[in-house]
Design a protein around this ligand. Sequence first.
Ligand code: TTP
Length: 251
Amino acid sequence: KGTRKRRAHAPPVGNELERLRRVSIEGNIAVGKSTFAKLLHSVNKDWDVVPEPVGKWQNVGTSEKTASNLLDMMYRDPQRWSYTFQTFSCMSRMHTQLQPPATHLLGSGGTPVQVFERSVYSDRYIFALTLFELGSINATEWAVYQSWHSFLLEQFGQRLELEGIIYLKAPPQICLERLKRRDRDEEKGVKLDYLEKLHDQHENWLVNKSTELHFEQLKQVPVLVLDTSGNFEEDEKVKNNLISQVREFFS
Ligand code: TTP
């Protein structure tokens, strides 16, 4: 709140592009980011969800015959594939974050909001950092990652900036239960201690503010912390409570 400014790089195609807001939803694996993003869209059509490109990571390659599942490769052999995975996930994320807003968003007369599931920032400060701390990315790979990440983000500058972050927070044990329930093949080996590590990483970045951030602008982005340990998919009361917090945060 209070840091909103006109986007200097917004193309001169009418007021709505100028008013466009860009928000990212962050949170542990399986906490429910996609479900929450859809919920936002269902209560306000001006909120447009730009989904996370998980499918792209499960299907890397130019033809069906040669396509490989990079997500699976990373979980099976983290030391060999984590750096490659983070390179690819960050690139696909950058592509997503640079997309122009969907045309239906423009012309509604409202205040369009692009909602991203995760961001180029969580790619670095949640996943790549954790994989480095766990030894799955080595010191050289980490240095190379940070070098191109900083360079690209500086080049694209304001076009990648966020106006707000919604942090969905739930105990790692609950995320593990949700992860088991959805039963994604590649994630069968994910253990509680990995989710605990990712949880701490979210807390350090978004709550304790103790992560060392390279980007000045990122330090100023307002964060809304939502307790999503309750069943917000089915329980109307829980759902409405979360929605009203979002409304108030962006009002
Ligand atoms: P998430 O980005 O957490 O997506 P999700 O489908 O779990 O989200 P939700 O259930 O909350 O809607 O991660 C998808 C998978 O990709 C997960 O197994 C973790 C992995 N991953 C990485 O290893 N590195 C990354 O940088 C990202 C973004 C994901």
